[in-house]
Design a protein around this ligand. Structure first.
Ligand SMILES: [Zn+2]
Length: 175
């Protein structure tokens, strides 16, 4: 997967999650600005510096930074400025974005794999008259006839669905 594509996915995710969290689109936009500033400067950054660079309401910037940290999309490091003082700073790297996207893709692959397993293991039968579905065991018990209306049951083709999902899984794995 290209690095730019990963950043685009990442930024979309950050925007959506932040807008949802604060129930406010402009907070989502602010999160995108913060992420872009952190990425382009590629340095550890204090609250104050982030606030001056995005040029927004300080309270909102702090709220969004805290939220992005809780979401696990930016890092917080403690920097010692001298023997007795230290300062907390925010950071975000391309590596962090890659790992984040990779984890999410793996979760999706896991879910799809589960669906494919479910689809493959069941052998659904359908009554073309009343549209009730039956498992293989039920169809066998009813002698492959719908007990309600005596219509012969037809087997639903899950192969094409499974093939399609497997194709998506393969594409995601190769990214
Ligand atoms: Zn029926």
């Amino acid at each position: 997967m290209s690095s730019d594509f990963e950043v685009k996915l990442f930024i979309n995710y950050v925007k959506r999650r932040t807008s949802l969290e604060f129930d406010n689109e402009s907070m989502g936009e602010l999160a995108v600005n913060i992420v872009n500033v952190l990425l382009s400067r590629n340095e550890y950054m204090s609250d104050e510096k982030a606030i001056s660079l995005v040029n927004a309401n300080p309270t909102d910037v702090r709220k969004v930074l805290q939220f992005l940290y809780r979401l696990g999309v930016i890092d917080l490091v403690r920097e010692t400025t001298n023997q007795y003082r230290y300062e907390y700073k925010w950071s975000l790297s391309r590596d962090k974005i890659s790992r984040f996207i990779r984890t999410r893709i793996n979760n999706i692959v896991e879910k799809l794999t589960h669906i494919v397993r479910e689809l493959s293991s069941s052998t659904p039968y359908l009554c073309p008259t009343c549209f009730k579905r039956y498992s293989l065991d039920e169809a066998y018990d009813f002698n492959f006839e719908c007990p309600r209306d005596k219509t012969p049951l037809v087997q639903i083709d899950v192969t094409s669905e499974v093939t399609y999902l497997n194709k998506i899984i393969k594409e995601l794995r190769e990214r």
